[in-house]
Ligand binder design. Structure first.
Ligand code: SAM
Length: 358
């Protein structure tokens, strides 16, 4: 289903120049594609896939509905021809998808229209990195981001919902370093009353190990986590905690529209970032599209529905037809959920994060 259009006006699409990068109604380019390769995960993080809801009886997508590697590669190639320069493989937990290095090799072989390589990266909970880091690296994966919410074993086991020991994730991160990934990014979601006391230990550990730590404000994605605004620790508070102990100074973004606000340590090498999607939304610079495991294209993390690309793909659409479908969806995009967030919007139905890809 193509998302309904809204009354927001914006720059006229460049219909006269079909080769020009497509822009949405707010003038935003299509630059990043996040590809969810599965809706399944071996963790049950309380803020994402709480165990009470996603138990043994939960019906995940049947295999026939999940895009094959060939289908993913074909769509990715079309997106790249439309100007996408960065691919992030995600899920669910991407490393539970069988033979993932094969897909990585297929994606790593794609080239931008100017012949340059893509920025190919993957977000994982790290639990299978000891086995898979080297095969992923050998397949051509460029970078890896590991989600890790605490170094404290009890806190981590409680947050991941499956009593998974933190030592195994830390070993996975070491394996990623040994395989040649670096610097490794680590994402920590901060939830008030749950893991704020982990902020400083995580910062010290990441700084000493040379990892780039990103603190993420707890977001109202999906509905099953029962999100409340008072559980969000605002980025300003996280930064004040870090600055008081470790001393920070602001660093300019790597590129326009980078979602993380970057900070360097005043007295030692290394940097941290904050992703303040609740307290300081960055919708105006959002150039990200998301492809779900069943082939729906979402133009916002907070969308209710996506546009089905799998149907036309399996019905024999040509590359040109798929390309035009993607351009048409992007042209009418006017999403800016986080900027419009309010009590009213948090009650609106929307897709769960594990289904759409984080
Ligand atoms: N399983 C992989 C992982 O753990 O990184 C990839 C998918 S996961 C949905 C991607 C990221 O979304 C993780 O860093 C996770 O912490 C984050 N996430 C999930 N729910 C969130 C929420 N409600 N607020 C902020 N971040 C969230």
């Amino acid at each position: 289903m193509v998302p309904p259009s809204t009354s927001v006006s914006g720059p006229a699409p460049d219909l006269a120049n079909p080769g020009a990068p497509v822009r949405d109604r707010l003038g935003r380019r299509l630059h990043d594609l996040r590809i969810s390769v599965t809706d399944r995960c071996n963790f049950r993080c309380t803020y994402c896939m709480p165990r009470e809801i996603y138990g043994r009886d939960f019906a995940f997508l049947p295999r026939s509905e999940v895009l094959t590697f060939e289908e993913i590669e074909r769509l990715a190639r079309i997106f790249v021809a439309e100007g996408v320069e960065k691919l992030r493989v995600t899920g669910g937990e991407p490393l539970v998808r069988r033979d993932l290095p094969e897909l990585i090799a297929m994606l790593a072989a794609l080239r931008r229209p100017d012949g340059g390589p893509l920025d190919l990266t993957l977000t994982t909970n790290g639990s299978a990195l000891r086995q898979l880091a080297q095969p992923l690296r050998d397949a051509g994966l460029g970078r890896v981001t590991v989600s890790l919410d605490s170094l404290d074993d009890d806190t981590f086991r409680a947050m991941n919902g499956v009593d998974y020991p933190v030592a195994k994730v830390l070993d996975g991160i070491v394996a990623a370093g040994e395989a040649g990934f670096g610097p490794i990014k680590v994402n920590m979601v901060v939830r008030r009353g749950v893991n704020e006391t982990s902020i400083l230990p995580m910062a010290r550990w990441a700084r000493d190990a040379g990892h780039i730590l990103r603190f993420i404000e707890y977001m109202d994605v999906g509905h099953s986590n029962g999100w409340r605004l008072d559980e969000v620790v605002p980025a300003a508070e996280i930064l004040a905690t870090l600055d008081a102990e470790l001393g920070l100074e602001s660093v300019p973004p790597n590129y326009p529209g980078e979602v993380a606000d970057r900070w360097a340590y005043r007295d030692s090498p290394g940097e941290v970032g904050v992703i303040a999607s609740v307290s300081q939304p960055f919708c105006s610079a959002c150039t990200r599209a998301r492809l779900s495991a069943d082939g729906k294209l979402y133009t916002c993390l907070f969308a209710l529905d996506g546009a089905d690309l799998r149907g036309p793909l399996r019905d024999g659409a040509t590359d040109a037809e798929l390309s035009e479908a993607i351009r048409a969806i992007w042209r009418i995009r006017a999403d800016r959920y986080s900027e419009l967030r309010s009590e009213a919007t948090t009650n609106r139905p929307r897709i769960e994060m594990f289904a759409i890809g984080g």
